[in-house]
Design a protein around this ligand. Structure first.
Ligand SMILES: Cc1cc2nc3c(=O)[nH]c(=O)nc-3n(C[C@H](O)[C@H](O)[C@H](O)COP(=O)(O)OP(=O)(O)OC[C@H]3O[C@@H](n4cnc5c(N)ncnc54)[C@H](O)[C@@H]3O)c2cc1C
Length: 459
Protein backbone atom coordinates (compact mmCIF):
# COMPACT_ATOMS: atom_id res chain seq x y z
CA UNK A 1 0.00 0.00 0.00
CA UNK A 2 1.04 3.59 -0.54
CA UNK A 3 1.36 6.15 2.20
CA UNK A 4 -1.97 8.06 2.45
CA UNK A 5 -0.07 11.31 1.77
CA UNK A 6 1.21 10.00 -1.59
CA UNK A 7 -2.15 8.49 -2.51
CA UNK A 8 -3.82 11.85 -1.88
CA UNK A 9 -1.35 13.59 -4.20
CA UNK A 10 -1.90 10.94 -6.91
CA UNK A 11 -5.65 11.49 -6.57
CA UNK A 12 -5.12 15.21 -7.08
CA UNK A 13 -3.34 14.44 -10.38
CA UNK A 14 -5.65 11.69 -11.72
CA UNK A 15 -8.84 11.71 -9.70
CA UNK A 16 -9.91 8.67 -7.64
CA UNK A 17 -11.45 6.90 -10.65
CA UNK A 18 -8.09 6.42 -12.41
CA UNK A 19 -6.34 4.77 -9.48
CA UNK A 20 -6.76 1.18 -8.31
CA UNK A 21 -6.16 0.74 -4.61
CA UNK A 22 -8.08 -2.41 -3.68
CA UNK A 23 -6.28 -5.74 -3.28
CA UNK A 24 -8.12 -7.71 -5.99
CA UNK A 25 -7.61 -4.89 -8.47
CA UNK A 26 -3.91 -4.61 -7.69
CA UNK A 27 -3.47 -8.39 -7.85
CA UNK A 28 -4.45 -8.29 -11.53
CA UNK A 29 -1.30 -6.27 -12.21
CA UNK A 30 1.11 -8.45 -10.22
CA UNK A 31 2.32 -10.68 -13.05
CA UNK A 32 3.10 -10.85 -16.75
CA UNK A 33 2.70 -13.87 -19.03
CA UNK A 34 5.56 -15.70 -17.33
CA UNK A 35 6.51 -14.25 -13.95
CA UNK A 36 4.21 -13.96 -10.95
CA UNK A 37 6.03 -12.12 -8.25
CA UNK A 38 4.75 -8.92 -6.62
CA UNK A 39 1.52 -7.00 -6.00
CA UNK A 40 1.80 -3.26 -6.77
CA UNK A 41 1.14 -0.56 -4.16
CA UNK A 42 -1.38 0.99 -6.56
CA UNK A 43 -2.22 1.06 -10.27
CA UNK A 44 -2.52 4.41 -12.05
CA UNK A 45 -3.99 5.19 -15.47
CA UNK A 46 -2.63 8.46 -16.90
CA UNK A 47 -4.27 9.97 -19.97
CA UNK A 48 -1.65 12.53 -21.00
CA UNK A 49 2.04 13.29 -20.97
CA UNK A 50 1.42 16.08 -18.41
CA UNK A 51 -0.09 13.55 -16.01
CA UNK A 52 2.82 11.14 -16.50
CA UNK A 53 5.27 13.99 -15.86
CA UNK A 54 3.46 15.02 -12.69
CA UNK A 55 3.43 11.44 -11.39
CA UNK A 56 7.15 11.04 -12.09
CA UNK A 57 7.93 14.38 -10.39
CA UNK A 58 5.99 13.17 -7.37
CA UNK A 59 7.82 9.81 -7.46
CA UNK A 60 11.15 11.64 -7.59
CA UNK A 61 10.22 13.87 -4.67
CA UNK A 62 8.68 11.14 -2.51
CA UNK A 63 11.00 8.38 -3.72
CA UNK A 64 8.57 5.66 -4.68
CA UNK A 65 9.02 3.21 -7.55
CA UNK A 66 7.12 3.22 -10.83
CA UNK A 67 6.72 0.32 -13.29
CA UNK A 68 5.31 1.07 -16.77
CA UNK A 69 2.95 -1.60 -18.08
CA UNK A 70 1.43 -2.32 -21.50
CA UNK A 71 -0.69 -5.46 -21.76
CA UNK A 72 1.44 -7.61 -19.45
CA UNK A 73 2.17 -10.19 -22.17
CA UNK A 74 5.91 -9.95 -21.48
CA UNK A 75 7.77 -13.20 -20.93
CA UNK A 76 10.62 -12.11 -18.66
CA UNK A 77 8.83 -10.29 -15.82
CA UNK A 78 9.48 -6.79 -17.21
CA UNK A 79 6.21 -5.31 -16.01
CA UNK A 80 6.16 -7.07 -12.63
CA UNK A 81 6.19 -4.39 -9.89
CA UNK A 82 8.95 -5.11 -7.41
CA UNK A 83 9.74 -2.98 -4.30
CA UNK A 84 6.14 -1.98 -3.58
CA UNK A 85 6.15 -0.02 -6.86
CA UNK A 86 3.09 1.55 -8.41
CA UNK A 87 2.11 0.25 -11.84
CA UNK A 88 1.54 2.86 -14.55
CA UNK A 89 -0.79 1.34 -17.14
CA UNK A 90 -1.36 2.83 -20.60
CA UNK A 91 -4.78 1.29 -21.15
CA UNK A 92 -6.26 4.79 -21.47
CA UNK A 93 -3.58 6.09 -23.85
CA UNK A 94 -4.54 3.96 -26.84
CA UNK A 95 -5.07 6.33 -29.75
CA UNK A 96 -3.49 6.37 -33.18
CA UNK A 97 -2.82 10.08 -33.65
CA UNK A 98 -1.79 10.23 -37.30
CA UNK A 99 -1.27 7.96 -40.30
CA UNK A 100 0.84 9.75 -42.88
CA UNK A 101 0.86 7.99 -46.25
CA UNK A 102 3.07 10.61 -47.86
CA UNK A 103 5.95 10.43 -45.39
CA UNK A 104 5.18 6.79 -44.55
CA UNK A 105 4.86 6.98 -40.79
CA UNK A 106 2.20 6.79 -38.10
CA UNK A 107 2.12 8.41 -34.68
CA UNK A 108 0.59 6.48 -31.82
CA UNK A 109 0.15 6.42 -28.06
CA UNK A 110 1.78 3.55 -26.14
CA UNK A 111 -1.39 1.64 -25.25
CA UNK A 112 -2.42 0.92 -28.86
CA UNK A 113 -2.75 -2.86 -29.39
CA UNK A 114 -0.24 -4.03 -32.01
CA UNK A 115 -2.81 -5.83 -34.20
CA UNK A 116 -5.18 -2.84 -34.14
CA UNK A 117 -2.31 -0.67 -35.34
CA UNK A 118 -1.39 -3.14 -38.10
CA UNK A 119 -5.03 -3.31 -39.22
CA UNK A 120 -5.56 0.46 -39.23
CA UNK A 121 -2.49 1.19 -41.36
CA UNK A 122 -3.38 -1.70 -43.72
CA UNK A 123 -6.75 -0.05 -44.38
CA UNK A 124 -4.72 2.74 -46.01
CA UNK A 125 -2.59 0.34 -48.07
CA UNK A 126 0.34 0.65 -45.64
CA UNK A 127 2.27 -1.96 -43.70
CA UNK A 128 3.76 -2.15 -40.19
CA UNK A 129 5.93 -5.29 -40.28
CA UNK A 130 6.81 -6.02 -36.60
CA UNK A 131 4.50 -8.93 -35.77
CA UNK A 132 4.96 -10.53 -32.36
CA UNK A 133 2.85 -13.66 -31.99
CA UNK A 134 1.14 -11.78 -29.14
CA UNK A 135 -0.02 -8.99 -31.53
CA UNK A 136 -3.69 -9.48 -30.58
CA UNK A 137 -2.92 -8.39 -27.02
CA UNK A 138 0.48 -6.68 -26.74
CA UNK A 139 0.86 -2.90 -26.99
CA UNK A 140 3.16 -0.70 -29.04
CA UNK A 141 4.71 0.68 -25.81
CA UNK A 142 5.54 -2.84 -24.63
CA UNK A 143 6.88 -3.76 -28.09
CA UNK A 144 9.19 -0.75 -28.08
CA UNK A 145 10.37 -1.34 -24.52
CA UNK A 146 11.14 -5.00 -25.32
CA UNK A 147 12.28 -4.33 -28.89
CA UNK A 148 9.86 -7.09 -29.85
CA UNK A 149 10.57 -9.34 -32.79
CA UNK A 150 8.03 -11.71 -34.22
CA UNK A 151 7.00 -13.79 -37.18
CA UNK A 152 8.25 -11.42 -39.87
CA UNK A 153 11.67 -10.72 -38.38
CA UNK A 154 13.71 -12.62 -40.94
CA UNK A 155 12.91 -10.27 -43.79
CA UNK A 156 11.72 -7.15 -41.98
CA UNK A 157 13.71 -6.98 -38.74
CA UNK A 158 12.44 -6.03 -35.27
CA UNK A 159 10.54 -3.16 -33.67
CA UNK A 160 13.65 -0.97 -33.40
CA UNK A 161 13.92 -0.94 -37.20
CA UNK A 162 10.55 0.88 -37.38
CA UNK A 163 10.89 3.45 -34.60
CA UNK A 164 11.73 6.85 -36.06
CA UNK A 165 11.20 8.93 -32.96
CA UNK A 166 9.87 8.78 -29.44
CA UNK A 167 8.48 11.18 -26.90
CA UNK A 168 9.14 10.15 -23.35
CA UNK A 169 9.08 11.35 -19.75
CA UNK A 170 12.29 10.98 -17.79
CA UNK A 171 12.39 9.47 -14.29
CA UNK A 172 12.66 13.07 -13.01
CA UNK A 173 9.47 14.04 -14.85
CA UNK A 174 11.12 15.94 -17.71
CA UNK A 175 10.06 15.87 -21.38
CA UNK A 176 12.43 13.98 -23.70
CA UNK A 177 12.35 14.04 -27.50
CA UNK A 178 14.31 11.21 -29.08
CA UNK A 179 15.10 10.90 -32.79
CA UNK A 180 13.17 12.64 -35.58
CA UNK A 181 10.26 11.90 -37.91
CA UNK A 182 12.69 11.74 -40.80
CA UNK A 183 14.07 8.55 -42.31
CA UNK A 184 17.58 9.75 -41.44
CA UNK A 185 18.77 11.59 -38.35
CA UNK A 186 22.20 11.57 -36.76
CA UNK A 187 21.73 14.57 -34.51
CA UNK A 188 23.49 13.46 -31.35
CA UNK A 189 23.44 10.04 -29.70
CA UNK A 190 21.00 7.39 -30.91
CA UNK A 191 18.70 7.57 -27.90
CA UNK A 192 15.88 5.87 -29.83
CA UNK A 193 18.14 2.82 -30.11
CA UNK A 194 18.91 3.05 -26.40
CA UNK A 195 15.26 3.24 -25.40
CA UNK A 196 14.19 0.34 -27.67
CA UNK A 197 14.69 -2.74 -25.56
CA UNK A 198 15.41 -0.78 -22.36
CA UNK A 199 12.50 -2.61 -20.67
CA UNK A 200 10.95 0.48 -19.12
CA UNK A 201 14.03 1.22 -17.03
CA UNK A 202 15.16 4.53 -18.58
CA UNK A 203 12.02 6.55 -19.30
CA UNK A 204 8.31 6.33 -20.04
CA UNK A 205 7.36 6.39 -23.71
CA UNK A 206 4.13 8.30 -24.29
CA UNK A 207 4.22 8.74 -28.07
CA UNK A 208 6.03 6.99 -30.92
CA UNK A 209 6.46 7.75 -34.60
CA UNK A 210 6.67 4.44 -36.44
CA UNK A 211 7.96 3.87 -39.94
CA UNK A 212 5.56 2.25 -42.41
CA UNK A 213 6.08 0.47 -45.72
CA UNK A 214 3.77 0.05 -48.69
CA UNK A 215 1.62 -3.06 -48.16
CA UNK A 216 3.13 -5.99 -50.09
CA UNK A 217 0.91 -6.77 -53.06
CA UNK A 218 1.15 -10.57 -52.87
CA UNK A 219 2.05 -13.44 -50.54
CA UNK A 220 2.45 -17.18 -50.66
CA UNK A 221 2.49 -19.46 -47.60
CA UNK A 222 3.58 -23.06 -47.25
CA UNK A 223 3.78 -25.72 -44.53
CA UNK A 224 6.44 -28.42 -44.82
CA UNK A 225 6.33 -31.61 -42.76
CA UNK A 226 9.62 -33.40 -41.96
CA UNK A 227 10.40 -36.77 -40.41
CA UNK A 228 13.08 -35.37 -38.13
CA UNK A 229 13.96 -32.08 -36.51
CA UNK A 230 17.37 -32.32 -38.14
CA UNK A 231 15.85 -32.43 -41.63
CA UNK A 232 13.71 -29.41 -40.79
CA UNK A 233 16.69 -27.40 -39.49
CA UNK A 234 18.66 -28.37 -42.58
CA UNK A 235 15.76 -27.24 -44.83
CA UNK A 236 15.85 -23.83 -43.15
CA UNK A 237 19.60 -23.56 -43.86
CA UNK A 238 19.09 -24.64 -47.50
CA UNK A 239 16.40 -22.02 -48.09
CA UNK A 240 18.58 -19.28 -46.62
CA UNK A 241 21.64 -20.49 -48.56
CA UNK A 242 19.69 -20.03 -51.82
CA UNK A 243 19.47 -16.31 -51.10
CA UNK A 244 15.71 -16.54 -50.62
CA UNK A 245 14.38 -14.14 -47.97
CA UNK A 246 10.99 -15.35 -46.74
CA UNK A 247 9.07 -12.86 -44.62
CA UNK A 248 8.56 -15.70 -42.11
CA UNK A 249 10.42 -18.93 -41.55
CA UNK A 250 9.13 -20.76 -38.48
CA UNK A 251 9.75 -24.13 -36.87
CA UNK A 252 7.77 -26.43 -34.53
CA UNK A 253 9.06 -29.69 -33.05
CA UNK A 254 7.11 -32.93 -32.57
CA UNK A 255 6.26 -32.21 -28.94
CA UNK A 256 4.75 -28.84 -29.91
CA UNK A 257 2.91 -30.28 -32.92
CA UNK A 258 1.19 -32.84 -30.67
CA UNK A 259 0.32 -30.18 -28.09
CA UNK A 260 -1.18 -27.96 -30.81
CA UNK A 261 -3.11 -30.88 -32.28
CA UNK A 262 -4.55 -31.82 -28.86
CA UNK A 263 -5.61 -28.20 -28.41
CA UNK A 264 -6.75 -27.04 -31.85
CA UNK A 265 -7.39 -30.24 -33.88
CA UNK A 266 -6.01 -28.73 -37.08
CA UNK A 267 -5.06 -32.03 -38.67
CA UNK A 268 -1.30 -31.62 -38.17
CA UNK A 269 0.61 -34.92 -38.50
CA UNK A 270 1.25 -36.14 -34.95
CA UNK A 271 4.11 -38.36 -36.11
CA UNK A 272 6.04 -35.56 -37.84
CA UNK A 273 9.52 -34.85 -36.45
CA UNK A 274 9.04 -31.16 -37.15
CA UNK A 275 7.14 -28.64 -39.24
CA UNK A 276 8.53 -25.63 -41.09
CA UNK A 277 6.09 -22.85 -41.96
CA UNK A 278 7.18 -20.19 -44.38
CA UNK A 279 5.77 -17.24 -46.22
CA UNK A 280 7.16 -15.00 -48.95
CA UNK A 281 5.71 -11.61 -49.83
CA UNK A 282 6.29 -8.69 -52.18
CA UNK A 283 5.45 -7.99 -55.82
CA UNK A 284 3.45 -10.79 -57.46
CA UNK A 285 6.28 -11.67 -59.87
CA UNK A 286 8.93 -11.84 -57.16
CA UNK A 287 6.67 -13.94 -54.89
CA UNK A 288 6.17 -16.40 -57.76
CA UNK A 289 9.90 -16.53 -58.44
CA UNK A 290 10.85 -17.04 -54.80
CA UNK A 291 8.20 -19.73 -54.31
CA UNK A 292 9.39 -21.48 -57.48
CA UNK A 293 12.93 -21.51 -56.09
CA UNK A 294 11.67 -23.01 -52.82
CA UNK A 295 9.64 -25.62 -54.70
CA UNK A 296 12.71 -26.53 -56.72
CA UNK A 297 14.50 -27.23 -53.44
CA UNK A 298 11.84 -29.64 -52.25
CA UNK A 299 13.45 -32.66 -53.92
CA UNK A 300 16.61 -31.98 -51.92
CA UNK A 301 14.87 -31.10 -48.66
CA UNK A 302 12.64 -34.20 -48.85
CA UNK A 303 9.63 -33.12 -46.78
CA UNK A 304 7.11 -35.89 -46.06
CA UNK A 305 4.28 -33.57 -46.95
CA UNK A 306 3.78 -30.08 -48.40
CA UNK A 307 0.72 -27.84 -47.95
CA UNK A 308 0.60 -24.66 -50.00
CA UNK A 309 -2.10 -22.16 -49.05
CA UNK A 310 -4.39 -21.31 -51.99
CA UNK A 311 -6.40 -18.57 -50.35
CA UNK A 312 -6.58 -16.42 -47.21
CA UNK A 313 -8.52 -19.12 -45.33
CA UNK A 314 -5.82 -21.73 -46.05
CA UNK A 315 -3.14 -19.16 -45.18
CA UNK A 316 -4.82 -18.61 -41.79
CA UNK A 317 -5.01 -22.40 -41.32
CA UNK A 318 -1.30 -22.78 -42.08
CA UNK A 319 -0.48 -20.17 -39.43
CA UNK A 320 -3.09 -21.13 -36.83
CA UNK A 321 -0.93 -23.88 -35.33
CA UNK A 322 2.16 -21.75 -34.98
CA UNK A 323 0.27 -18.85 -33.47
CA UNK A 324 -1.29 -21.09 -30.84
CA UNK A 325 1.94 -22.97 -29.97
CA UNK A 326 2.55 -21.30 -26.62
CA UNK A 327 -1.08 -21.50 -25.51
CA UNK A 328 -1.15 -25.19 -26.51
CA UNK A 329 2.00 -26.01 -24.53
CA UNK A 330 0.88 -23.97 -21.52
CA UNK A 331 -2.16 -26.26 -21.10
CA UNK A 332 0.04 -29.26 -20.37
CA UNK A 333 1.47 -28.42 -16.96
CA UNK A 334 0.94 -25.97 -14.10
CA UNK A 335 4.19 -24.10 -14.80
CA UNK A 336 5.39 -23.05 -18.26
CA UNK A 337 8.85 -21.54 -18.71
CA UNK A 338 9.45 -20.28 -22.21
CA UNK A 339 13.01 -19.41 -23.13
CA UNK A 340 14.27 -17.27 -25.95
CA UNK A 341 17.79 -18.35 -26.87
CA UNK A 342 19.10 -17.12 -30.21
CA UNK A 343 22.10 -18.33 -32.18
CA UNK A 344 23.62 -17.45 -35.55
CA UNK A 345 21.40 -19.12 -38.15
CA UNK A 346 24.16 -21.52 -39.19
CA UNK A 347 24.17 -22.90 -35.62
CA UNK A 348 20.43 -23.59 -35.48
CA UNK A 349 20.85 -27.31 -35.99
CA UNK A 350 23.43 -27.51 -33.19
CA UNK A 351 21.16 -25.58 -30.83
CA UNK A 352 18.28 -27.92 -31.61
CA UNK A 353 20.51 -30.88 -30.67
CA UNK A 354 21.58 -29.17 -27.44
CA UNK A 355 17.92 -28.73 -26.45
CA UNK A 356 17.08 -32.36 -27.25
CA UNK A 357 20.09 -33.54 -25.29
CA UNK A 358 19.23 -31.34 -22.29
CA UNK A 359 15.65 -32.66 -22.27
CA UNK A 360 16.93 -36.25 -22.25
CA UNK A 361 19.68 -35.83 -19.66
CA UNK A 362 17.53 -33.88 -17.19
CA UNK A 363 14.44 -35.98 -17.93
CA UNK A 364 12.30 -32.93 -18.71
CA UNK A 365 9.46 -32.11 -21.07
CA UNK A 366 10.53 -29.37 -23.49
CA UNK A 367 8.51 -28.25 -26.50
CA UNK A 368 10.50 -26.20 -29.01
CA UNK A 369 9.21 -23.79 -31.60
CA UNK A 370 10.41 -20.45 -32.86
CA UNK A 371 11.61 -18.07 -35.46
CA UNK A 372 14.03 -20.41 -37.23
CA UNK A 373 14.96 -17.80 -39.83
CA UNK A 374 16.26 -15.58 -37.03
CA UNK A 375 18.05 -18.42 -35.23
CA UNK A 376 15.61 -17.66 -32.39
CA UNK A 377 14.20 -20.72 -30.61
CA UNK A 378 11.65 -20.90 -27.80
CA UNK A 379 12.41 -24.10 -25.87
CA UNK A 380 9.44 -24.25 -23.50
CA UNK A 381 9.83 -26.15 -20.23
CA UNK A 382 6.64 -27.79 -18.99
CA UNK A 383 6.88 -28.35 -15.30
CA UNK A 384 5.40 -27.69 -11.87
CA UNK A 385 7.34 -25.46 -9.51
CA UNK A 386 5.87 -27.37 -6.54
CA UNK A 387 7.73 -30.52 -7.63
CA UNK A 388 11.01 -29.67 -5.90
CA UNK A 389 13.12 -32.31 -7.57
CA UNK A 390 11.92 -31.48 -11.09
CA UNK A 391 12.16 -27.74 -10.43
CA UNK A 392 15.83 -28.11 -9.49
CA UNK A 393 16.49 -30.04 -12.71
CA UNK A 394 14.71 -27.31 -14.69
CA UNK A 395 16.94 -24.63 -13.14
CA UNK A 396 20.09 -26.62 -13.99
CA UNK A 397 18.83 -27.29 -17.51
CA UNK A 398 18.07 -23.60 -18.14
CA UNK A 399 21.52 -22.61 -16.95
CA UNK A 400 23.06 -25.13 -19.33
CA UNK A 401 20.82 -23.91 -22.14
CA UNK A 402 22.01 -20.32 -21.70
CA UNK A 403 25.66 -21.34 -21.48
CA UNK A 404 25.37 -23.40 -24.67
CA UNK A 405 23.64 -20.57 -26.57
CA UNK A 406 26.39 -18.13 -25.64
CA UNK A 407 29.08 -20.70 -26.49
CA UNK A 408 27.51 -21.10 -29.93
CA UNK A 409 27.97 -17.36 -30.47
CA UNK A 410 24.39 -16.56 -29.49
CA UNK A 411 22.49 -14.59 -26.90
CA UNK A 412 20.26 -15.21 -23.86
CA UNK A 413 17.33 -13.39 -25.36
CA UNK A 414 16.43 -12.65 -28.95
CA UNK A 415 13.24 -10.72 -28.20
CA UNK A 416 11.70 -11.23 -24.76
CA UNK A 417 14.19 -9.20 -22.77
CA UNK A 418 16.18 -9.95 -19.63
CA UNK A 419 13.66 -8.56 -17.12
CA UNK A 420 13.57 -10.37 -13.84
CA UNK A 421 13.80 -13.93 -15.07
CA UNK A 422 17.14 -13.72 -16.87
CA UNK A 423 18.90 -11.03 -14.81
CA UNK A 424 21.02 -13.58 -12.88
CA UNK A 425 22.38 -14.90 -16.19
CA UNK A 426 23.45 -11.62 -17.81
CA UNK A 427 27.10 -12.13 -16.68
CA UNK A 428 27.14 -15.31 -18.83
CA UNK A 429 26.90 -13.09 -21.89
CA UNK A 430 28.71 -9.89 -20.91
CA UNK A 431 31.85 -9.19 -18.93
CA UNK A 432 31.86 -6.96 -15.84
CA UNK A 433 33.02 -3.86 -17.73
CA UNK A 434 30.16 -4.16 -20.24
CA UNK A 435 27.54 -4.62 -17.52
CA UNK A 436 29.04 -1.67 -15.62
CA UNK A 437 28.74 0.47 -18.79
CA UNK A 438 25.03 -0.42 -18.95
CA UNK A 439 24.54 0.29 -15.25
CA UNK A 440 26.22 3.67 -15.58
CA UNK A 441 23.70 4.63 -18.31
CA UNK A 442 20.90 3.62 -15.94
CA UNK A 443 22.43 5.68 -13.10
CA UNK A 444 22.90 8.71 -15.35
CA UNK A 445 19.28 8.72 -16.53
CA UNK A 446 17.64 7.45 -13.34
CA UNK A 447 19.96 8.42 -10.46
CA UNK A 448 17.49 7.34 -7.77
CA UNK A 449 16.73 4.04 -9.55
CA UNK A 450 12.97 4.65 -9.36
CA UNK A 451 11.90 3.34 -12.75
CA UNK A 452 11.24 -0.40 -13.01
CA UNK A 453 13.59 -1.52 -10.22
CA UNK A 454 15.24 -4.94 -10.13
CA UNK A 455 15.15 -5.53 -13.89
CA UNK A 456 18.00 -6.49 -16.24
CA UNK A 457 20.71 -6.34 -13.54
CA UNK A 458 21.16 -8.00 -10.17
CA UNK A 459 22.63 -5.29 -7.94
C1 LIG B 1 1.53 -15.90 -26.64
C2 LIG B 1 2.68 -14.93 -26.66
C3 LIG B 1 3.42 -14.80 -27.83
C4 LIG B 1 4.49 -13.90 -27.86
N1 LIG B 1 5.18 -13.76 -29.03
C5 LIG B 1 6.20 -12.88 -29.11
C6 LIG B 1 6.92 -12.73 -30.32
O1 LIG B 1 6.63 -13.38 -31.33
N2 LIG B 1 7.92 -11.83 -30.33
C7 LIG B 1 8.25 -11.07 -29.24
O2 LIG B 1 9.17 -10.26 -29.30
N3 LIG B 1 7.58 -11.22 -28.07
C8 LIG B 1 6.57 -12.09 -27.98
N4 LIG B 1 5.89 -12.23 -26.79
C9 LIG B 1 6.29 -11.45 -25.62
C10 LIG B 1 5.51 -10.11 -25.42
O3 LIG B 1 4.25 -10.15 -26.06
C11 LIG B 1 6.32 -8.92 -25.95
O4 LIG B 1 7.47 -8.72 -25.16
C12 LIG B 1 5.53 -7.60 -25.98
O5 LIG B 1 6.33 -6.62 -26.59
C13 LIG B 1 5.13 -7.09 -24.61
O6 LIG B 1 4.16 -6.07 -24.79
P1 LIG B 1 3.15 -5.67 -23.63
O7 LIG B 1 2.33 -4.54 -24.09
O8 LIG B 1 2.41 -6.84 -23.14
O9 LIG B 1 4.16 -5.15 -22.52
P2 LIG B 1 4.31 -5.54 -20.98
O10 LIG B 1 4.51 -6.99 -20.83
O11 LIG B 1 3.23 -4.91 -20.21
O12 LIG B 1 5.66 -4.79 -20.66
C14 LIG B 1 6.88 -5.19 -21.24
C15 LIG B 1 7.97 -4.19 -20.84
O13 LIG B 1 7.69 -2.93 -21.43
C16 LIG B 1 7.71 -1.89 -20.47
N5 LIG B 1 6.77 -0.88 -20.95
C17 LIG B 1 5.49 -1.06 -21.33
N6 LIG B 1 4.96 0.10 -21.78
C18 LIG B 1 5.94 1.02 -21.68
C19 LIG B 1 6.02 2.42 -21.97
N7 LIG B 1 4.99 3.09 -22.48
N8 LIG B 1 7.18 3.08 -21.72
C20 LIG B 1 8.25 2.40 -21.23
N9 LIG B 1 8.23 1.09 -20.93
C21 LIG B 1 7.10 0.42 -21.15
C22 LIG B 1 7.34 -2.59 -19.17
O14 LIG B 1 7.82 -1.89 -18.03
C23 LIG B 1 8.05 -3.93 -19.33
O15 LIG B 1 9.38 -3.84 -18.94
C24 LIG B 1 4.83 -13.13 -26.71
C25 LIG B 1 4.07 -13.29 -25.54
C26 LIG B 1 3.01 -14.17 -25.50
C27 LIG B 1 2.22 -14.30 -24.24
Amino acid sequence: MLAPRILKKLEEILGKERIIEDWEGRLTYSYDAQVEEAVPAAVVFPQSDEEIAQIMKLAYEEEFYVVPRGAGTGLSGGSVPLNNAIVMSFEKMNKILEINGEDLYAVAQPGVITLDFQNEVEKKGLFYPPDPASAKASTLGGNIAENAGGLRGFKYGVTRDYVLSLKAISPQGEQLKLGAKTIKSVSGYDLVGLFCGSEGTLGIVYESTLKLLPLPEAWSAMLLVFSTLDEAASAVSQIIAQGIVPSSLELMDNFTIKAVEDYKHLGLPRDAGAIVILEVDGYKESVEREMAKIEALLTKMKPKEVKKAKDQKERDDVWAGRRSALAALARISPTTLLEDVTVPRSRLSQMVHVIEDIAKRYNLRIGTFGHAGDGNLHPTFLTDWRNKDEWERVQMAIEELFTSAVELGGTLSGEHGIGLAKAPFLPREYNEATIEAMKSIKRALDPKGLLNPGKIFID
